[in-house]
Design a protein around this ligand. Structure first.
Ligand SMILES: NC(=O)C1=CN([C@@H]2O[C@H](COP(=O)(O)OP(=O)(O)OC[C@H]3O[C@@H](n4cnc5c(N)ncnc54)[C@H](OP(=O)(O)O)[C@@H]3O)[C@@H](O)[C@H]2O)C=CC1
Ligand SMILES: O=C1O[C@H](COP(=O)(O)O)[C@@H](O)[C@H](O)[C@H]1O
Length: 442
């Protein structure tokens, strides 16, 4: 999706149509945001907090927006509000603001594969639209699937059958689906076909929230707007690249989703692979989504089959104690995988992807380790290599480890850092959560 000359231009993927579709309609109808899987982990930790932050900043107005939670769990509106309250009351949020926001939320309970619940949901949405005097057809309905991908097809069918915006007077129905998009190539293609039969491509938003993180968004700028990196970013200078995700908590009741997918499909195949693409790809022709996608695809096509001996899998002690996890599960919660990119720039440089839950710290970072300097006249090799680190979280930062002269009379060396820590550099700037950015886009 891109903005050109002040109007929004929605472009379908070239595999679906060749001409860009220009949409230039004013959006006047009220907005209903439906969070399916509202009882779950993503909804409470990220979706509702992101909606709350958009509300606080005035992007969602209480006189036009209403939020619906939908899931099978039988709870009341207030039960849902109480479940999420503590996730909203963080930072500078005032408790009155939280209460006002929570009043915008209504909960509907129903199954994912029968019409009853979805008809009820449609009725509730329509009531809200009538209450807001939204002209029929001008209303906007955003369905956010905070659900395991196994239920996307049936949920999309039910939305299409029961819950669509009724006509096209500037209104719309949009569907947001989460990663992982299927389990393997066959299921991803099947899922794509199933959803594609129900909705037009511009109605569909596939989310990978790592792409909304500030420092992931910065990767293109960093690589292609700075002269420094251009000559160094290749096999002649870089020894290895590490892309690491660690979490200091386990599944915590998410076994219903996680155990079926595991850490590779949960984190590596999507979040870390997207980061790898941005680190490894060539400069795109422009910033158009298609041009960026084309370069990413080239990188992925150059990845060699992974060798068994370059994979390590593990499961943390206590994973099976989670009541939502089957007793004999062997689903990995930790994985290290080495990817090798067979092209002129990266031949011989291992890309080491690591992800794990319930480890000793929470961190996501990219470490680019450079080769040793030939002819070590300072005998400083043992002090460590040049390294460029991009810390995505926590505390966003970029720093370069380099060898300098130890200040003083002696000619000795020491490792130091050129440090761009965002908190210190950008005082008073709040970095938006990835989901705020992405939900606002949708
Ligand atoms: N948690 C997170 O931080 C993030 C999650 N995601 C993605 O969000 C999606 C949901 O993840 P998350 O919220 O963590 O998962 P949960 O396990 O919390 O599942 C969400 C909800 O889906 C329903 N559900 C769970 N298992 C099943 C099942 N087997 N069949 C049908 N319904 C089920 C449950 O609701 P009920 O039983 O009430 O219907 C549950 O509350 C996943 O695709 C994940 O990749 C993406 C980014 C971050
Ligand atoms: O997609 C997911 O991401 C979260 C971690 O997201 P972060 O932005 O807090 O790093 C992870 O906990 C979850 O298992 C996974 O589904």
């Amino acid at each position: 999706m891109g903005s050109g000359g002040g109007q929004w231009i929605v472009e379908k993927r070239s595999s679906f149509r060749s001409e860009p579709l220009e949409v230039n309609v004013s959006e006047t109808g009220c907005l209903s945001i439906v969070v399916l899987g509202a009882s779950g982990d993503l909804a409470k930790k990220k979706t509702f907090p992101a909606l709350f932050n958009l509300y606080r900043q005035g992007f969602l107005q209480s006189n036009e927006v209403h939020i619906f939670g939908y899931a099978r769990t039988k709870i009341s509106d207030d039960d849902l509000r109480n479940r999420i309250r503590s996730y909203l009351e963080k930072g500078s949020a005032k408790s009155e603001e939280v209460s006002e926001f929570l009043q915008l939320i209504k909960y509907v309970s129903g199954s994912y594969d029968t019409e009853g619940g979805f008809r009820m949901l449609d009725k509730e949405i329509s009531l809200h639209e009538e209450f807001r005097n939204s002209t029929e057809g001008s209303s906007r309905r955003l369905f956010y699937l905070a659900l395991p991908p196994s239920v996307y097809p049936v949920v999309c069918r039910m939305i299409k059958l029961c819950c669509m915006n009724k006509s096209h007077l500037g209104g719309w129905t949009r569907i947001v689906v989460e990663k992982p998009f299927g389990k393997d190539l066959d299921s991803a293609e099947k899922l794509s076909n199933q959803i594609g039969e129900l909705f037009e491509e511009p109605q569909l938003y596939r989310i990978d929230h790592y792409l909304g993180k500030e420092l992931v968004q910065n990767l293109l700028v960093l690589r292609f707007a700075n002269r420094f990196f251009l000559p160094l970013w290749n096999r002649d200078n870089i020894d290895n690249v590490q892309i690491v995700f660690r979490e200091d908590f386990g599944t915590e009741g998410r076994g219903g989703y996680f155990d079926e997918y595991g850490i590779i499909r949960d984190i590596i195949q999507n979040h870390l692979l997207q980061v790898l693409c941005l680190v490894a790809m060539e400069k795109p022709v422009s910033l158009k989504p298609e041009h960026i996608r084309d370069e990413k695809v080239k990188v992925l096509q150059s990845v060699m089959p992974i060798k068994d001996e370059e994979v390590v899998l593990g499961q943390y002690n206590g994973y099976r104690d989670d009541p939502t996890v089957p007793d004999h599960s062997n689903t990995p919660t930790f994985a290290t995988v080495v990817l090798r990119i067979h092209n002129e720039r990266w031949e011989g440089v291992p890309f080491i992807l690591k992800a794990g839950k319930a480890l000793n710290s929470r961190k996501a970072e990219i470490r680019i380790q450079f080769k040793d300097v030939p002819g070590d006249i300072f005998r400083c090799k043992n002090q460590g290599r040049n390294e460029f680190v991009i810390r995505l979280q926590p505390s966003e930062a970029m720093y370069m480890k380099l060898t300098v002269k130890q200040p003083g009379l002696e000619m000795s060396t020491v490792q130091s850092e050129l440090d761009l820590s965002y908190k210190q550099r950008y005082h008073g700037v709040t970095i938006p959560d990835a989901y705020e950015r992405l939900l606002l886009d949708t």
